[in-house]
Design a protein around this ligand. Structure first.
Ligand code: AMP
Ligand code: MG
Length: 326
C-alpha cells in the first residue's frame, strides 16, 4: 500500500509519498515573508502556483526509486486550517486522484501529527505535545478518541513566537530566528508565566515582551532567551501534568515549534526525571508535511475507510475524530 499525501493547512504546501513502513518522498515549499505575517489569500496563491509542479516532482522521484510500484491512494488535509489554503490542497488532491485513477480521502491534520510518531519512532501510547504555529495542545488517546487534556487559551505557541519576531522586524517564520538569538542570550528576564491547570495562555507574555522590546532597556538576545525559557517551561509543565494524570510513560513532540532544540532538551530532562521516554520525529516530519498526511490516510484506509465527499473542514477539532484504526 502506497499513498501520496498533500498538506496545505497553512503556510506550507507539502507532498509526501509513503508506504506502511517508510517515508519514500517528502517535499515541501513554504510561503514566507520578509516583514509581515501570513496573508491567507497570498499563501493560497503561493500554493496554487507550485502545487502541480511539486506533485510531479514527487511522483518522478518515487518512480525513479521504486521501479514498477504504484500509488494506491491520494490523501489530503481537510482541516483544521486556513480556508483558502485548504481548498488548494483539496482541489489538487482531486485532480491527482483523477489522473492516477485512485481513491481520494481527506483526513484531520492534527491527528496526522500524532500518528506519524509511530512511523518513525518506537512510541506506543504517548502524551503528545503538539506545538505548531496555530495549534498548541496536550493530547492523549483514551477510549477511541484523542482527547485534548490541555491547550492554549488564546494563541498557538508558534504564532506567539512569530508575532514577537515580527514586532522585532524579523519576518516570518520567526521561530528559527528567535532560536538563534536565544542561544546568545545570557540574562534571564522575568516574564508573565501563565498556566491554568493543563491550559496555558500566551497573550499577556506577548504584550509584556513587546513593551520590554519597545523600552530599549533589554537586549534582543536576552528577550529571545527569556521568551524560550518561560514559554517552553509552561509547555513542559502541562505536558508533565498530563502524563501524571493519564499515567503515561511516553512523551511525543509534534509541530514546527518541536524543531526547537531547547524545547526538545527541556522535554528530555523532564522525561528522564520521571523515568519516562521522550520521542521526537526528524524535523521534516515535525513541521507541516505531506508524508504524515499520506501515512494517516494509509491507517484509515486499512481500517476500512472508503472514498468520501471531497471537502474541507477548517474548524475540525482533534477530539471530533473517532479513532478506529488503532
Ligand atoms: P507548523 O505549523 O507545524 O508547520 O509550524 C510552524 C511554526 O513552527 C512557525 O510558527 C515557526 O516559527 C515555528 N518554528 C519552526 N522552527 C522553529 C524553531 N526552531 N524554534 C521555534 N519555532 C519554530
Ligand atoms: Mg501543523
Amino acid at each position: 500500500m502506497i499513498a501520496l499525501g498533500i498538506e496545505s493547512t497553512a503556510h506550507t504546501f507539502g507532498v509526501g509519498i509513503v508506504s506502511k513502513k517508510n517515508v519514500l518522498v517528502n517535499l515541501r515549499d513554504s510561503y514566507t515573508t520578509e516583514k509581515g505575517g501570513i496573508i491567507p489569500t497570498e499563501a493560497a496563491e503561493h500554493h496554487k502556483k507550485i502545487a502541480m509542479d511539486l506533485v510531479r516532482e514527487a511522483i518522478e522521484i518515487f518512480e525513479k526509486e521504486s521501479k514498477g510500484k504504484k500509488i494506491d491512494l491520494v490523501v489530503y488535509s481537510r482541516g483544521p486550517g486556513i480556508g483558502p489554503c485548504l481548498h488548494v490542497g483539496k482541489n489538487t488532491a482531486r485532480e491527482v486522484g483523477k489522473n492516477l485513477g485512485v481513491p481520494v480521502i481527506g483526513i484531520n491534520h492534527c491527528v496526522a501529527h500524532l500518528s506519524v510518531g509511530s512511523l518513525v519512532t518506537p512510541v506506543k501510547d504517548p502524551v503528545l505535545l503538539y506545538a505548531s504555529g496555530a495549534n498548541t495542545q496536550i493530547i492523549a488517546y483514551e477510549g477511541k478518541k484523542y482527547r485534548v487534556f490541555g491547550e492554549t487559551l488564546d494563541q498557538g505557541i508558534g504564532n506567539f513566537i512569530d508575532s514577537f519576531a515580527r514586532h522585532m522586524g524579523l519576518g516570518f517564520p520567526g521561530g528559527p530566528k528567535i532560536e538563534v538569538l536565544a542561544k546568545k542570550g545570557r540574562k534571564y528576564i522575568e516574564l508573565p508565566y501563565s498556566v491554568k491547570g493543563m491550559d496555558i495562555s500566551l497573550s499577556g507574555m506577548l504584550t509584556n515582551l513587546k513593551n520590554k522590546f519597545d523600552s530599549k532597556e533589554f537586549s534582543e538576545k536576552d528577550l529571545a532567551y527569556s521568551l524560550q525559557e518561560t514559554a517552553f517551561a509552561m509547555l513542559v509543565e502541562v505536558a508533565e501534568r498530563a502524563m501524571a494524570h493519564c499515567g503515561k510513560k511516553e512523551l511525543l513532540i509534534g509541530g514546527g515549534v518541536g524543531c526547537n532544540s531547547r524545547l526538545q532538551e527541556m522535554c528530555a530532562i523532564m522525561c528522564k526525571e520521571r523515568g519516562a521516554k521522550f520521542y521526537a520525529p526528524p524535523k521534516g516530519l515535525l513541521v507541516d508535511n505531506g508524508a504524515m498526511i499520506a501515512y494517516q490516510g494509509i491507517l484509515e484506509h486499512c481500517a476500512g475507510r472508503k472514498e468520501s465527499k471531497v471537502e474541507v473542514r477548517p474548524y475540525e477539532r482533534t477530539d471530533d475524530i473517532l479513532v478506529d484504526w488503532k
